[in-house]
Design a binder for this molecule. Structure first.
Ligand SMILES: *Cc1c(COP(=O)(O)O)cnc(C)c1O
Length: 378
């Protein structure tokens, strides 16, 4: 009898939590003992620690990453009649948030090497109605922010970083090192459990250098209240629970170690796969330290599904991020950006495979994934 093939999961959150379970439970007990579940020191301590980590003066915790994007857009004054440019290959929520703010998403194509928003293509989509651009730091890599900043300055656009996949990622430009969350005037993060910094449920945050934006967001997340029962905006109930913040403070202290592990694993994947016929890696921009939220490779579109099937049979879980660009989703048919409007993003969507990536993955497991991929490609 042959032994069953050991399974390589796509992510393993239980493995991440296991060694620190007592620490999380002790933090929960402290919150339970205070009896304060909304707001309080667990929330403000996390907000301060996260803002400091990102290098931004202000941090505001909110209910989800999607809310973070919506509240950031609302605080910037983006609304009906405005257009907001973002990357066609992001998670759907980036565009959805633009719609919820009352504005119209305009999907931009991406760079073929990095799959990050292409500033030249974005520039061609600017109209007199464009108010804001949302570069997405996709898969853990910082977008080309020097070019985005120049574009924004030329057209007086706001810049909102979608940092949901890039907690801790850095990129150098012009002699400066920039960290996700402190490059533009404002940034949105998600703490969905599988993100590099994850809650034990839903969570999100906004970082900003602008105290007026921070104050407006604090108001918006709490029903637009300036003071108790004094509602100056039509806001939201978008607060993040004290328990989630207590959890996140502990996880934040482990983020750099997790990101370093992801980088080591990615370096091994890259070393093993460089030059392998039939597989293409996503380029790492010079001066960048990506945090590998996902390990994405590209293969021939015609063979992608068969390759994934073969990996599955070899006990390796994979995924696709994302199989259909936003402008081709049925919900956005009314935008009229049909097939061919973002050709690079469309081609990549047909070629990408996300391979297993999480801090507790082992080099031996990466070797198994690489061997299975090579044999699937042969
Ligand atoms: C996860 C994600 C979001 C949405 O975050 P939620 O917390 O799930 O609402 C937005 N943008 C990107 C790029 C994401 O990966």
């Amino acid at each position: 009898m042959t032994a069953p093939v050991p399974f390589v999961p796509f992510v393993d959150l239980a493995a991440l939590i296991r060694p620190s379970k007592a620490e999380y439970l002790a933090a929960f007990e402290r919150v339970l003992d205070t009896g304060g579940f909304i707001g309080g020191p667990a929330v403000t301590d996390f907000e301060a620690a996260f803002a400091r980590y990102c290098g931004a003066p202000h941090g505001i915790a909110v209910r989800t990453g999607t809310d973070a994007l919506i509240l950031a857009l609302r605080a910037l004054g983006v609304g009906p009649g405005d257009e907001v440019i973002t990357a066609a290959n992001s998670f759907f929520a980036t565009a959805e948030a633009i719609s919820h703010a009352g504005a119209t998403p305009v999907l931009s194509d991406v760079d073929d090497q990095t799959l990050l928003i292409d500033p030249a293509d974005a520039a061609r989509r600017v109209t007199p109605r464009t108010r804001c651009i949302i570069p997405v730091h996709l898969f853990g890599q910082i977008a080309d922010m020097a070019e985005i900043r120049a574009l924004a300055a030329a057209h007086r656009l706001h810049v909102l970083e979608d940092s949901a996949q890039a907690h801790g990622a850095t990129r150098s430009a012009g002699g400066e090192t920039w960290r996700a969350g402190s490059i533009a005037e404002i940034a949105a993060f998600s703490f969905y459990p599988t993100k590099n910094l994850g809650a034990f449920g839903e969570g999100g945050a906004i970082t900003t250098r602008d105290p007026a934006l921070a104050a407006r967001i604090q108001r918006l997340r709490d029903h637009g209240q300036a003071g108790r029962h004094d509602h100056v905006d039509i806001g939201y109930n978008a607060r993040l629970d004290a328990l989630q913040c207590a959890w996140l403070s502990i996880s934040l202290a482990k983020l750099d170690a997790g990101n370093a592990a992801r980088r080591r694993l990615a370096a091994h994947y890259r070393e093993q796969l460089t030059g392998s016929p039939g597989v293409r890696l996503i380029a790492e921009p010079g001066g960048s330290a990506p945090v590998y939220h996902l390990m994405v490779v590209r293969v021939a579109a015609a063979r992608r599904d068969a390759i994934r099937d073969n990996l599955g049979k070899a006990g390796i879980a994979t995924a696709i991020h994302y199989p259909r660009p936003i402008h081709l989703q049925r919900a956005y048919a009314h935008l009229g950006q049909g097939p061919g409007s973002c050709p690079v993003a469309e081609r990549a969507a047909a070629e990408m495979i996300s391979l297993p990536m999480y801090p507790d993955l082992t080099i031996a497991q990466v070797d198994r994934v690489v061997a299975a991929l090579r044999s699937a490609l042969a």
